[in-house]
Every structure is written in structure tokens, then in C-alpha cells.
Design a binder for this molecule. Structure first.
Ligand SMILES: [Zn+2]
Ligand SMILES: [Zn+2]
Length: 118
């Protein structure tokens, strides 16, 4: 193989490596990657619902600016968004929320029975 061909091969390999690196790194800094981190959340103070990535729990509410913004979980009975702030019970026990709208109790991890079930 001629030295010149070796050089071309090296350049092609370097370009391919840089291209692969850009493809791997890019999703982390892209707006799409940030949107994937957004979660539905609800304010425990004013009931404002929002979809954003929480920097901390609780985070500051965009409506009333109280630090009462918690991740939201939908009530399987009525579909109302409830703040996920009552979690913290003894381990090994399923945490239970009481819906602020219909007052029924439900487990936040459970899937709504209405959707998808045959
Ligand atoms: Zn609020
Ligand atoms: Zn409910």
C-alpha cells in the first residue's frame, strides 16, 4: 500500500470517528432531549397544572410562585391531576393518594383501568 493511500485512510477514519462522536453527544444537548425530561406536574397550593422538568421537588409554581409544584399523577377514577407529595410511607407498602377532586383513594403506580384493558 502506498503511503498516500494510508494517509487518506487515516483521514477517513478520523472523520468517521468525529462524526460518530457528534451523533452520540448531540442528543444530550438538543432541545428534544430536554423535552423528554419534562414531566406533568401540579401545584399543591393553587392547583395549576404544568408540564416541565422539575429542577427540585417541590419546584416553584409558574402561576402563584409558591414552592409547591410536585410531580402530578392522574386519578384513575376521574382523571384529575394530583400532586405526588404524600409519598414517604413505610417501605414495602404501596403508597396511596387521595384524589383532591373525587376523594377516592388510588395507588400512584397503578395504570388507569379504563385505558387499554380488554
Ligand atoms: Zn401555584
Ligand atoms: Zn379522582
Amino acid at each position: 500500500m502506498e503511503p498516500r493511500h494510508k494517509l487518506i485512510l487515516m483521514v477517513v477514519l478520523v472523520v468517521a470517528a468525529v462524526g460518530a462522536l457528534v451523533l452520540v453527544v448531540r442528543p444530550k444537548s438538543s432541545p428534544l432531549g430536554k423535552r423528554a425530561g419534562a414531566t406533568p406536574c401540579v401545584c399543591a397550593a393553587c392547583g395549576q397544572e404544568a408540564t416541565q422538568s422539575l429542577k427540585s421537588v417541590p419546584d416553584t409554581c409558574p402561576a402563584c410562585h409558591e414552592k409547591q409544584l410536585y410531580p402530578a399523577v392522574k386519578c384513575p377514577h376521574c382523571g384529575a391531576a394530583n400532586a405526588l407529595l404524600l409519598i414517604g410511607g413505610p417501605q414495602g407498602r404501596q403508597p396511596v393518594l387521595t384524589c383532591r377532586q373525587c376523594r377516592k383513594q388510588f395507588a400512584p403506580g397503578a395504570q388507569p383501568q379504563a385505558s387499554g384493558a380488554p
